[in-house]
Design a protein around this ligand. Structure first.
Ligand code: IDP
Ligand code: MG
Length: 154
C-alpha cells in the first residue's frame, strides 16, 4: 500500500546540524519527499500535535522541547511508508534504539525528550498529522526516476 507519513526533524536535530544526514537516510531508502518546510511552532500548535500525550508526566517537558527552536517538517511517500519510516527512525528511547537507526546513531539518552525526530505511528495519525502540518497545495505529486525499482507498479 502506498502511504504518506509525517517526519519532523525536532529542534535538537536542526540545532545539531543533522538535517542533511537525516533526510539522506529517507531519500536513499527510496522514500519520496512530497512536502518539506521549516517551521517554529508555538505551544498551542504543539499541544495539538501531541494531544495523545496530554496526560503523560512528561507533557510539559515535551512542549518546551518541541517549541525551543525550528523544526523541519517532511512528508514522505512510499510503499508501507509509515512502517518503513519508523524502522529508519528507531525506538523512542535512544538508549534502546539500534545502531543503524537515526536515534541509534546520533543519540544515546532521552534527555528532556530529545530523540531527534518524530514519525507518524499509524495511518490515522499520519493523516491527521499531515493535515495539521501541511496545506493541501504544499504536498506535491511528481515522479522519481527510480520508482520502477524502489516502489514498483502502484
Ligand atoms: P515516538 O516519538 O517514538 O512515537 P511517543 O511515545 O509517541 O514516541 O512519545 C512522543 C515523544 O515524547 C517522544 O518522541 C519523546 O520526544 C517524548 N517522550 C516520550 N517518552 C518520554 C519520557 O519518558 N520522558 C520525556 N520525554 C518523552
Ligand atoms: Mg508517537
Amino acid at each position: 500500500m502506498i502511504q504518506k507519513s509525517l517526519v519532523l526533524i525536532k529542534p535538537d536535530g536542526v540545532e545539531r546540524g543533522l538535517i542533511g544526514e537525516i533526510i539522506k537516510r529517507f531519500e536513499q531508502r527510496g522514500l519520496k519527499i512530497v512536502g518539506m518546510k521549516m517551521v517554529w511552532v508555538d505551544k498551542d500548535f504543539a499541544k495539538e500535535h501531541y494531544s495523545e500525550h496530554v496526560n503523560k508526566p512528561f507533557f510539559n517537558e515535551l512542549l518546551t522541547m518541541i517549541t525551543e527552536g525550528p523544526i523541519v517538517a517532511i512528508a514522505l511517500e512510499g510503499r508501507n511508508a509509515i512502517k518503513v519510516v519508523r524502522k529508519i527512525v528507531g525506538s523512542t528511547r535512544p538508549d534502546e534504539a539500534l545502531p543503524g537507526t537515526i536515534r541509534g546513531d546520533f543519540a544515546h539518552s532521552l534527555i528532556e525528550g530529545r530523540n531527534l525526530v518524530h514519525a507518524s505511528a499509524n495511518e490515522s495519525d499520519a493523516e491527521k498529522e499531515l493535515r495539521l502540518w501541511f496545506k493541501e497545495d504544499e504536498l506535491k505529486e511528481y515522479e522519481r526516476s527510480d520508482e520502477k525499482h524502489v516502489i514498483g507498479k502502484r
